[in-house]
Design a protein around this ligand. Structure first.
Ligand SMILES: C[S@@+](CC[C@H](N)C(=O)[O-])C[C@H]1O[C@@H](n2cnc3c(N)ncnc32)[C@H](O)[C@@H]1O
Length: 241
């Protein structure tokens, strides 16, 4: 975008990008439903994929984006967000990263709890849009969302890193484990993990380095959607430095 004789002129490539971003935003609005439960944090409103949404009964290959993980409020993220709202001192005045933010609920909970700065991160650009829309729904300024894969990169000095339901694949779990260990070693970052007891998580070596902080019983509907997982737990990662 550049100024010409007092007018703002938008370069053609940028027009296309803005148009695409606007279309994607409209798409998220039209294909989600605003929900505030059943979840562990009924005070947070989110745009989610529900049986009332147009694509719910459609063939998966007609969905135009990558799998919409951002349209589900995962039990790990629910437990983390509940824990932050119950214990606002954990994120108050802190510089917080929500890695793999999805719908952005953990970032939103940190922000509502008085975090000094929150960054959301997700490799899916639609998750970044959804997080912004969800900030608006909860009366918050948009939380900056980084869409680069930062796992393995030199980390900023975060006071707190949040990971909701991020240990669902072996490779991802290994990469995260190594990077989180570095973050703790370098910056003494506090790392909180929310997980409902998924197989890759329970069998991973990181599991032995976690201190349980809180356990929440999931609402019945959430447990049913998650193949009978009934609880979700928040852990603090104590690195084996
Ligand atoms: C199971 S969802 C959890 C979302 C959210 N944390 C929650 O609990 O509701 C996992 C999310 O991680 C994101 N993700 C996967 N690999 C990632 C990576 N390398 N860096 C950042 N985000 C990633 C996915 O796009 C997805 O939104």
């Amino acid at each position: 975008m550049f100024a010409s004789h007092g007018r703002v002129v938008v370069a053609p490539g940028l027009t296309r990008n803005l148009r695409a971003a606007w279309d994607a935003r409209q798409f998220v609005v039209e294909n989600t439903e605003v929900a505030s439960g059943p979840s562990l944090t009924p005070e947070i409103r989110l745009r989610l994929f529900t049986p009332n949404c147009p694509f719910w009964h459609a063939r998966p290959d007609t969905w135009p984006f990558p799998d919409p993980y951002w349209a589900i409020y995962w039990p790990g993220g629910q437990a983390l967000a509940r824990y932050l709202l119950n214990n606002p001192e954990v994120s108050k005045d802190k510089k917080v990263l929500d890695l793999g933010c999805g719908c952005g609920a953990s970032a939103i909970a940190a922000s509502l709890s008085g975090a000094f700065h929150v960054t959301a991160n997700d490799i899916d650009p639609v998750a970044a849009l959804a997080t912004q829309l969800n900030c608006e729904l909860n009366g918050l300024e948009p939380i900056p969302c980084v869409t680069k894969d930062i796992i393995g990169c030199e980390s900023e000095k975060w006071d707190l890193i949040l990971l909701g339901d991020m240990f669902y694949e072996e490779d991802l779990a290994d990469r995260l484990h190594n990077w989180l260990r570095e973050c703790i070693r370098t910056h003494d970052t506090k790392v909180l993990i929310g997980d409902p007891g998924r197989a890759h998580f329970e069998s991973h070596s990181i599991r032995e380095l976690l201190l349980e902080l809180a356990r929440f019983t999931l609402p019945k509907a959430v447990a049913e959607e998650n193949y009978g997982l009934t609880c979700s737990t928040v852990y603090q990662y104590k690195a084996d430095t």
